[in-house]
Design a protein around this ligand. Structure first.
Ligand code: 6PG
Ligand code: NI
Length: 189
């Protein structure tokens, strides 16, 4: 597990690449890690027979002290589609009901999808420079609709926890699909 620290620490952040140093933890997410999230399951199966593409990567730094558990996560989503659905994060709701998060889009373009999974949905157009507050109880997912890397920073408490099952069960209200190369929000049944 990650080692707690109790002194000030600074990181060297490369905003073009979406990497920083020192970096104690990198989590890769390949197609097989989020295969159930994409709509076109026959294309998912076909791709997985050949290879398992890297969809995004998360770099964490746990700024934990003996009295606090704030963390930093930098996510790099590669450009691409599965069928006609853009590469995206798995998406989750925080387990704790009192845990918000702040997201900052550093480069790229796409959408931040926010969904209570109980009838309220927002799609926030995202580009470099946009900062969005994610209120507690809203599931969040980022979609890369550009031809290049999308990088964003998230700041949250480690104790927030991740609920992925609820997203797998209920799904977001809309998907972001490519139509003639342009992103379109398509309502789910
Ligand atoms: C968090 C953040 C963020 C997120 C990554 C990957 O709560 O930890 O929202 O770090 O986990 O961007 O997204 P998924 O967790 O949905 O794969
Ligand atoms: Ni989160």
């Amino acid at each position: 597990m990650l080692t707690p620290i109790d002194y000030p620490i600074s990181l060297d952040f490369d905003a073009e690449n979406g990497t920083f140093e020192p970096c104690p933890q990198v989590t890769p997410r390949h197609l097989s890690d989020l295969k159930e999230m994409f709509s076109d399951q026959s294309t998912v199966a076909q791709i997985l027979r050949e290879n398992d593409p890297l969809i995004y990567e998360i770099r964490y730094y746990p700024f934990t002290t003996t009295k606090s558990d704030m963390a930093l996560a930098v996510t790099r989503i590669f450009p691409g589609t599965i069928g006609n659905e853009f590469y995206m994060t798995k998406g989750h709701k925080h387990q704790r009901e009192d845990q918000p998060e702040v997201y900052y889009c550093v480069r790229g373009e796409g959408f931040l999808l926010l969904d209570t999974l109980e009838g309220e949905f927002r799609a926030i157009p995202w580009r470099a420079g946009v900062i969005t507050h994610i209120p507690p109880m809203w599931a969040h997912r980022v979609v890369n609709t550009g031809n290049d890397l999308l990088v964003f920073i998230g700041v949250f408490h480690l104790s927030a926890g991740h609920d992925y099952d609820i997203v797998a069960r209920k799904g977001f209200a809309y998907r972001v699909l490519s139509r003639n190369g342009k992103p379109e929000l398509i309502k789910q049944d």
